[in-house]
Design a protein around this ligand. Structure first.
Ligand code: PXG
Length: 440
């Protein structure tokens, strides 16, 4: 290794989900983060319009979380999680089980949303095997869904660009998404389209329920540009799953811990899944961590079929499952969520955010605006033949003007921190409006 590597040498790093060639020609470098703002390498302050990548709702660089992490690093940096335990993982599991809706009382730790998605899929498939129905392997997802990048989540996910390069995945099929032109510029949950849930019946008829392990959905699709479930849609999905004995998995990697104005998307929609995946905000983005919550019934099925007592009932787990430092960060995050009443704060700011994002209606190329809780997206007309180009250009303009926003496909996405003030929201959408006015 050349120890003289200059900090401005950008060649070695292969960046994730990044236009590497553009970035290396036009670097956008962040060097510090506090509250709702980032500091760029050129010294400018940028308003953070996406809580990092949907993960820092409590605001950046919280001293309470930093202190808990520092303390844990020197008390016990690592402990194995296979056949050996450490108290923080048990404490955190209990705290999550208490917070979660319904009977989601059994908690398995991972290190990311992608690992949570694949763990949930393996749990569902394993469940049917231990129940004596091993042919139930198929997972039904939705078009435009995002469940991370590992093979299970990629296959159940419905974003063509994330799938086409990588060959065959796991056994999955897809329901249609719920993005309907008839709902353009709806505020909150759209009114039309609950009947889209009936298409699950057609897919079940096609494959036969006896081959289907689970249906997996995001309460709302974040990455695809805040695609919301029409009113009544998710309740109908739950009913259809129950009718055929199919497990329902909610991917709450984005919606968990307050983004909707309720603790979980399940609470906001009034629908409880059998398995729930979490990540991101579980540690306020500070330390990689994810979790999968399952019902006691699912856990008990593995225990009952587990064979002799020394046998491992679920042959799955990661070196860093329940890592003590991640647990310390998560426990401190849950404390902050509680002490700062962050979920209520998100709910209180949501109407202001709604008005602010919808004020962009009528600006050049804006063809839809969607919002729910503190999540929102602006959909732009596609430049013919160049999908994603217009949103990317607006994203770059926002960066130049002092706002970090996210572009994905033809949408711009917004997810302010729950601790944002109305002035932060004004600054964010003021910059976005200026960028849109200049967009060609
Ligand atoms: N499930 C959902 C619903 C997600 O949104 C993942 C799984 C994967 O999580 P990990 O931790 O493996 O990245 C996600 C991730 C965006 C954006 O632009 C969204 C995510 C990640 C990066 C960008 O909306 N979500």
């Amino acid at each position: 290794m050349n120890l003289m590597t200059k900090p401005n040498d950008l060649s070695a790093l292969w960046m994730p989900f990044t236009a590497n060639r553009w970035f290396k020609a036009h670097p956008r470098m962040i060097v510090a983060a506090k509250g709702c703002t980032y500091t760029a390498a050129d010294g400018r302050t940028l308003v953070d319009g996406l809580s990092g990548l949907w993960c820092c709702g409590a605001g950046h660089s919280r001293p309470e979380i930093a202190a808990a992490v520092a303390q844990q690093m020197t008390a016990m940096d690592y402990a194995p999680g296979f056949q050996v335990g450490q108290p923080l993982a048990f404490e955190l599991a209990n705290r999550l089980a208490e917070l979660a809706p319904g009977n989601l009382d059994r908690v398995f730790f991972t290190n990311s949303g992608s690992e949570s998605a694949d763990t949930a899929i393996k749990m569902a498939r394993g469940y049917w095997r231990v129940k004596g129905e091993p042919q139930r392997t198929k997972v039904i997802g939705r078009s435009k869904a995002y469940h991370g990048v590992n093979f299970g989540g990629m296959s159940v996910g419905g974003i063509a660009g994330n799938r086409k390069m990588f060959g065959g995945g796991i056994d999955a099929d897809h329901m249609p998404h719920t993005l309907l032109a008839a709902n353009a510029f709806s505020k909150g949950l759209p009114k039309k389209g609950a009947e889209k849930a009936e298409e699950l019946e057609d897919i079940i008829a096609l494959h036969d329920a006896s081959t289907i392990a689970a249906v997996m959905v995001e309460p709302f699709s974040g990455s695809a540009g805040v695609i919301l479930p029409p009113e009544g849609y998710m309740k109908r999905i739950r009913e259809i799953c129950d009718k055929y004995g199919i497990l329902l998995i909610f991917d709450e990697v984005i919606t968990g811990f307050g983004r909707t104005g309720q603790m979980f998307g399940a609470d906001a929609l009034g629908v409880t899944p059998d398995i729930m995946t979490l990540a991101k905000m579980i540690t306020n983005g500070t330390i990689p961590m994810g979790a999968v919550l399952a019902t006691e019934t699912i856990y008990d099925a593995f225990m009952e079929a587990g064979g002799p007592e020394h046998a491992v009932e679920f042959p799955h787990g990661y070196t860093y499952s329940g890592h003590p430092v991640a647990c310390a960060a998560a426990l401190a995050t849950l404390d902050v969520i509680k002490s700062d009443d962050l979920v209520a704060r998100a709910a209180k700011l949501a109407p202001y955010f709604e008005e602010a994002i919808h004020s962009l209606k009528g600006l050049p190329h804006v063809e839809d605006i969607r919002n729910f809780g503190l999540a929102g997206a602006v959909q732009l007309e596609e430049v013919p033949g160049l999908p994603g180009k217009r949103a990317f250009d607006v994203f770059q303009k926002c960066w130049d003007k002092g706002a970090y926003v996210r572009c994905g496909g033809n949408t711009l996405q917004f997810a302010p921190a729950f601790v944002a003030e109305t002035a932060d929201v004004d600054r964010l959408f003021g910059i976005v409006a200026d960028a849109l006015k200049e967009s060609v």
